[in-house]
Design a protein around this ligand. Structure first.
Ligand SMILES: Cc1cc2nc3c(=O)[nH]c(=O)nc-3n(C[C@H](O)[C@H](O)[C@H](O)COP(=O)(O)O)c2cc1C
Length: 201
């Protein structure tokens, strides 16, 4: 049982470890290695989760983009504590993150918005994310409307389309091991240092 263990080192820095695992996922995970589950808890304590895409990360946090007025946006407004979960099936690895979501600077959101294809920019204008849609036609008409509106001009970022940075206070790295004796390391922050400890699988 002790052979080929290659266990996670509890002395690792969780950001370096994430960087390392994410680089491997980008090489080996066939689809959307940057897909992550985002869990929020609403005002009435109802948890809710959905997938979003990680757009960048560094020691200040993990950034995704969405609509401020969406269900998740409304939840975060009332309760900024969120959880992220990456599952890389091809790697047999999972990373859990818990922390606080904060809206990114407008300039940073503008910069990222500018890199997107025009079609995606128009979709951001057309979608009242998480509101009731009465018919597909209604959405298509909104796409046409904003296409016309912005013909020949640079498409600006809709004010509701923003990024959140999740600042982690907890990481868990999980690695599949034979017979469900998986390797788990949880990192929590104490006095600006990350402390790692093993957890039973
Ligand atoms: C793989 C995948 C990636 C997604 N990425 C995003 C994203 O980056 N931003 C986003 O707003 N929605 C994304 N979505 C759609 C969300 O899962 C969700 O349907 C939408 O954000 C509305 O969620 P809400 O009503 O809980 O706010 C993605 C869905 C999938 C399946």
């Amino acid at each position: 049982m002790n052979e080929n263990r290659n266990l996670i080192d509890i002395k690792e820095n969780p950001y370096n470890l994430f960087n390392h695992w994410f680089a491997k996922a980008k090489l080996e995970e066939i689809n959307d290695p940057n897909a992550m589950n985002l869990a929020t808890v609403s005002n009435d304590l109802q948890p809710s989760s959905r997938m979003v895409l990680l757009k960048s990360f560094n020691v200040s946090g993990f950034i995704f983009y969405t609509n401020l007025k969406s269900k998740k946006g409304e939840s975060i407004k009332n309760n900024a504590q969120v959880a992220l979960n990456f599952y890389w099936k091809s790697l047999q690895r999972q990373v859990r993150i818990e922390g606080k979501a904060k809206i990114v600077d407008k300039e940073e959101a503008n910069q990222y918005f500018d890199t997107r294809p025009d079609e995606s920019k128009i979709s951001a204008w057309a979608s009242k994310q998480s509101s009731e849609l009465k018919s597909r036609e209604e959405l298509e008409n909104r796409v046409k409307y904003f296409n016309n509106k912005f013909t020949g001009t640079k498409i600006p970022r809709p004010l509701n389309w923003i990024g959140y940075r999740v600042e982690p206070k907890l990481f868990e790295f999980w690695k599949h091991m034979p017979f469900r004796l998986h390797d788990r390391v949880e990192f929590t922050k104490k006095d600006n240092n990350w402390l790692g400890k093993k957890l039973y699988p």
